[in-house]
Each structure stands twice: as C-alpha cells, then as structure tokens.
Ligand binder design. Structure first.
Ligand code: NAP
Length: 280
C-alpha cells in the first residue's frame, strides 16, 4: 500500500504530520536517525548516510521533505535524495522551507527552486515558528532563566506560525496525492507580531513577566554559537533579525485557511496551550 515518507518525522512539524496522516488513515513512515522501536512504521534516515534513502523511500509515493537542519548549503546532501525519489516514482514531494531567505546562504533558495520545478513538487515557505518560544530553543531558554527576550529585531514584525498549522497544511497536500496544489505557499499565522508584542502576550496570559532586551546582531550570533549552532549558520540566522527590524519580513498569508479549511492559531491561543512553560 503506498504512503507518505515523513523525513524529520521525529521533529516538531514531522511528528505532528505523522499523527495527522495516521489519524486520517494514511500510512505515514516516520523517518529519523534513531527510529522508535515501538513504531513499526519508523525508519532510519540520515542525510549524512545516503544508503538510508532507498529503504526509506521503498513503497512510498509521497514525501514530506525536511532538509538538513542548521545547514547553509543543503543542496549537496538533498540532490541525490531527489534523484532517488524521482526514480522511486514519488508523485508528490512537499518541502518545508522558510519564508525568510537566510542572508549569504543561496543554497536553500536553490533547493526550493529545484523542488518547485519538479512535477508534484511543493514548497511551504514557513514563517517563524511559535514553537521557538518553547524550550529547548535558545529564545525560550533565555525567557525561562531570565524573563527576557534578547533580540536585534526591534519592533519589527513577523507572521509567526504554529508548527501544528504547518503540519496541517502539509497533511492537506499529502493525504491525497491527487489534490490540486500550487508549487509554492507562504505559510504564516493570522497576523504579524513583534517581540515586544509577544512579551506582552506571554505576561498578560501567564503572569510571567517577560521583557525585551535589545542586543546587536553580533551579540545574537554569539548567543546562537554558544547554544551549539555552527558559526556560519549562527551568523546567517542572526542577520535575519536586521530584515525583521527593517519591516521586510512583515507578511501574512491565507494559505493555512485555504489548505485546511480553518484559520491558523493565534499566538495568544498558542500561549494558552503551553501556559505550563511559563507558569512553573
Ligand atoms: N524555527 C523556525 O522559526 C523556522 C522557520 C521557518 C523554517 N524553519 C525550518 O524548519 C525546519 C525545522 O523543522 P522542525 O522544527 O519541525 O524540526 P525539529 O523539531 O528541529 O527537528 C529536526 C528533525 O530533523 C531530523 N534530523 C536532524 N538531523 C538529521 C540528519 N542528519 N538526518 C536526518 N534527519 C535529521 C531530526 O530527527 P532525529 O534527531 O530523530 O534524527 C528531527 O526529526 C528547519 O529546516 C528550519 O529551517 C524553521
């Protein structure tokens, strides 16, 4: 029976996607480096080990593609996988990309172009994840320890989206390989929100006082490196905050509503769902 290979199947988006697909009666194979022994449809998959690609693709006709994380140049690792997926007869391939183009990292945009050009290829350009406000993300760790958001983004707004809504959008495109699809969707939450607004919402909803501490882009890059990110990726990610500050990333779309039939979650609803994160 055909089904969906979910790469990054143990991550925030992939795990929610596997649950949604299985809940809808669609076979979903959860792929990761350490497949769960208790899950009969989990499979070992490692971007650094191309011998894992074939067995993971075997018997699937759709793919959710989560490119190698924290890489400024994913194409060399993903290209052989795309060829193999083509040979295996994959009809639909939905890639999780980013609404924000990382400065000085053209590889991610090149990969997205490659996927869009492929028959059945779809790129979800996701905005910032609300889940960045949950540990172990460095942003959330700092809030937890110091009640502080350190950012170089000023009052700039971003269309923050809940990863569960990204998963729901992906599920709508993958549950039925025949469903009509564009090759590109901007996936955002319902409205733009700045870090000071996020701090205000968390404080109002949970009673945990959260304030914003402005820092420079260089300080942000150093903080990301200290959290274990590779230096090149940390620099590119910190530089994103300049674009947010200048208002270049303040965009929202209706794609979640279009694909799933219901509006995306608000940040206030997300905070209410995870209130334990700030009230303990
Ligand atoms: N956070 C944001 O604001 C944001 C915004 C836009 C786009 N994105 C994109 O979203 C993606 C992250 O998605 P997510 O948050 O759902 O994932 P996540 O929770 O960070 O999980 C990462 C997944 O990747 C898998 N993985 C890590 N290294 C791997 C390797 N070498 N080979 C195979 N699999 C590997 C992990 O599985 P195992 O550890 O089990 O192997 C896990 O399933 C990134 O590509 C990022 O660019 C993020």
């Amino acid at each position: 029976m055909p089904g969906v290979l979910v790469t990054g199947g143990t991550g925030k988006t992939g795990k929610a996607l596997v649950q949604l697909l299985r809940g809808a009666g669609v076979r979903a194979r959860a792929a990761g480096r350490n497949p769960a022994a208790a899950d009969p449809d989990a499979v070992r998959f490692d971007w650094n080990d191309p011998t894992t690609f074939g067995p993971a693709l075997d018997g699937t006709d759709r793919v959710f593609l989560l490119p190698p994380v924290e890489s400024v140049d994913p194409l060399p690792l993903v290209e052989p996988f795309l060829h193999q997926a083509q040979r295996a007869g994959v009809q639909r391939l939905v890639m999780l990309g980013s609404a924000i183009v990382l400065p000085n990292a053209p590889g991610a945009a090149e990969l997205a172009a490659r996927v869009r050009a492929r028959p059945g290829g779809v790129v979800l350009r996701a905005s910032g994840f609300m889940q960045n406000f949950l540990r172990p993300h460095p942003l959330a760790e700092h809030i937890h320890r110091h009640g502080e958001i350190r950012t170089a983004a000023g009052d700039g707004r971003l269309g923050w989206v809940d990863a569960r809504d990204i998963a729901a959008a992906a599920a709508a495109l993958l549950a039925d390989p025949g469903v009509d699809a564009r090759s590109d969707y901007l996936i955002t939450g319902p409205h733009g929100m700045s870090y000071p607004q996020a701090a205000q919402i968390i404080t109002a909803r949970t009673g945990r006082r959260v304030r914003v501490e402005p820092i420079t882009e260089e300080e942000q890059a150093a903080a990301y490196r200290a959290a274990g990110m590779p230096a090149e990726f940390a620099a590119a990610l910190a530089a994103v905050e300049r674009g947010i500050k200048e208002g270049r990333e303040d965009q929202v779309s209706t794609a979640v509503l279009e694909l799933t039939g219901r509006p995306p979650r608000t940040f206030a609803a997300f905070v209410a769902d995870h209130a334990y994160e700030w009230t303990r």
